[in-house]
Design a protein around this ligand. Structure first.
Ligand code: DX5
Ligand code: ZN
Length: 244
């Protein structure tokens, strides 16, 4: 199955006083998508931004917005984040809501739907939903904060997920989030992840473009997937800019 590596800077690690500039930074760094973390102070012990700020980010970038909902009530708020410009919406399996209803709500709006698992949640729990979703986000830190240490124990779950998708012939992206850096990227890609979220490794680098390039190159080297070359990516971006 053809699959591409995507590098997703997490704007959580950027300067919240200037989200527009931080979104531009990711775009100029030739990232593929922009990861936006939504926290409600209830599902996780931290608060971030709401739909208005997502809308402001959307207006300032042409990058697809990969919105990660760490909130207890996605059923109530999904529509607002979709209206705000989410390209895809990912919610957590650990919520106390009917998972099928949340999938239905998101898919009905015509956007891609993802399910996220905390590090301690076994892969088996998400299996009944895999045929209906587009993305599986495997957290490699406890959700809530950027800059935490990568949990290598999750790697076996990444491999398990990739083997399952291949065996069942499912084209579900496998995204990893938390502690992804030049030190950890090879092992997550070797295990089968293809969407790589990185907050501090990109936003705290002295040059975000160099950090994205390094992550991409390391991912290419470790990948079994069909990946785009940097030349191809630059060409695609140039065409996109020309065609608006
Ligand atoms: C954590 C968030 C992550 C976070 C990753 O709950 O979901 O997206 O921004 O940050 P780093 O890459 O610094 O671990
Ligand atoms: Zn995230």
């Amino acid at each position: 199955m053809k699959r591409t590596i995507k590098i997703a800077p997490s704007i959580l690690a950027g300067d919240f006083g200037n989200l527009e500039r931080e979104a531009h930074k990711a775009e100029e760094a030739l990232a593929d998508i922009l990861h936006v973390d939504i926290m409600d102070g209830h599902f996780v012990p931290n608060l971030t931004i709401g739909p208005q700020a997502v809308h402001a980010i959307k207006k300032s970038t042409s990058l697809p917005l990969d919105v990660h909902l760490m909130i207890s009530d996605p059923l109530k708020y999904a529509d607002e984040f979709i209206d705000a410009g989410a390209t895809n919406l990912t919610f957590h399996l650990e919520i106390n809501q009917d998972v099928d209803s949340v999938i239905e709500k998101i898919k009905r709006r015509g956007i891609d739907c993802g399910i996220a698992l905390k590090p301690g949640t076994p892969f088996e729990k998400v299996v009944p939903f895999l045929k209906r979703i587009d993305l599986l986000l495997l957290m490699t830190v406890e959700p809530g904060f950027g800059g935490q240490k990568f949990m290598s124990g999750v790697l076996s779950k990444v491999s398990q997920a990739r083997q399952w998708m291949d065996r069942e012939n499912l084209s579900v992206d496998i995204e990893v989030d938390g502690g992804i850096s030049s030190k950890t990227v090879a092992e997550v890609v070797q295990s089968g992840a293809n969407v790589l979220v990185a907050g501090s490794a990109i936003y705290e680098a002295s040059d975000a473009g160099v950090a994205v390039k390094e992550l991409r190159e390391l991912a290419y080297k470790s990948s079994k997937f069909k990946v785009k070359s940097l030349k191809e990516i630059k060409k695609l971006k140039e065409n996109k800019c020309r065609n608006g």
